[in-house]
Design a protein around this ligand. Structure first.
Ligand code: AMP
Length: 286
């Protein structure tokens, strides 16, 4: 893999001439927005961007507006120097590292909101979360104006919301979903895995195991029953509570019951003070 020394940029104004130069030379620009604390899952997005584009821009910004008042904004892991080293190893050309006041200057008073896709699942449990996501992604996409942006299927509802936001309003290139990258035991890589105690880390893979079980046993019972049994398995494994475990349509997020073939099973569950989410397609073709 080519090592590059990425340009470090703090503002959209600083990025603009470089991005314009690339565009003028006919280069395709790929974009990977992140909140940092980078791991191998993020790197799959960067690698996909490198394969499909000539230049890759990553952003690192822990976005305060997507965290609720009782959520983990202040303790969210931050490791910018290490993150930049990792991005350099993966041939990233530019890292956008704005501070909070650059993104949300004094007097900022706009919220971007997506409709029905933002209502169920995490939208039902994290008040204002997707408004925060849609708002920051609007700012980032219009600052970078990429040809292609890469988002993880790990946050599948977020991916659908961003696709819709981009289609309806932002219209900045294509949004590509990248499959969830997992540890050998099935646990999806996540910055929040750092919060887990060794005991919790042992329990954590049972989330993916239960969702995979539901996928395997589809057809033998209704979607509602499948999700119910998967939920019970997650609790039996040692998770304290679940926010949801549901099978919903992969494009519309409507609940599915009789025929789940076009569905994904989604779960959010708590291990101590850590909330983990995951989802699995019911169909091989995805
Ligand atoms: P975050 O830093 O958590 O906001 O994530 C930044 C991007 O990386 C989002 O598009 C996530 O969906 C994606 N991502 C996070 N974890 C994974 C993973 N395990 N596999 C693939 N993509 C991921």
């Amino acid at each position: 893999m080519t090592h590059k020394t990425p340009l470090l940029m703090r503002t959209a104004e600083e990025m603009r001439p470089v991005l314009e130069g690339w565009r003028k030379d006919g280069k395709r620009i790929g974009f990977v927005p992140t909140m940092g604390a980078l791991h191998d899952g993020h790197m799959k997005l960067v690698d996909a961007a490198c394969r499909q584009c000539d230049h890759v821009v990553a952003s690192i910004f822990v976005n305060p507006t997507q965290f609720g008042p009782n959520e983990d904004y202040s303790r969210y892991p931050r490791s910018v120097d290490r993150d930049v080293d990792l991005l350099a190893e993966h041939a990233c050309d530019m890292v956008f590292l704005p501070d909070v006041h650059t993104i949300y200057p004094e007097g900022f008073d706009t919220t971007v909101s997506v409709g029905n896709l933002a209502k169920p699942l995490c939208g039902n449990h994290r008040d204002g979360h997707f408004d925060g996501v849609a708002t920051v992604v609007s700012i980032l996409l219009t600052s970078v104006r990429p040809d292609t942006s890469f988002f993880g299927e790990k946050d599948y509802q977020q991916l659908l919301i961003i696709k819709r936001l981009n289609r309806d309003v932002i219209k900045q290139g294509e949004i590509i979903g990248v499959p969830t990258f997992r540890e050998d035991d099935g646990l999806a890589y996540s910055s929040r895995n750092q919060y887990l105690t060794p005991e919790e880390r042992d329990i954590a893979p049972s989330l993916y195991a239960a969702l995979s079980w539901a996928r395997q046993y589809q057809g033998s019972m209704s979607g509602h029953e499948l999700a119910g049994q998967a939920k019970q398995q997650i609790l039996d494994a040692g998770f304290e509570t679940l926010d949801y475990c549901e099978i919903r349509h992969k494009d519309t997020l409507e609940l599915l019951d009789d025929d789940v073939t076009d569905g994904r099973i989604f779960a959010a569950a708590w291990l101590g003070s850590t909330r983990l989410i995951d989802n699995v397609a019911m169909n091989d073709d995805e």
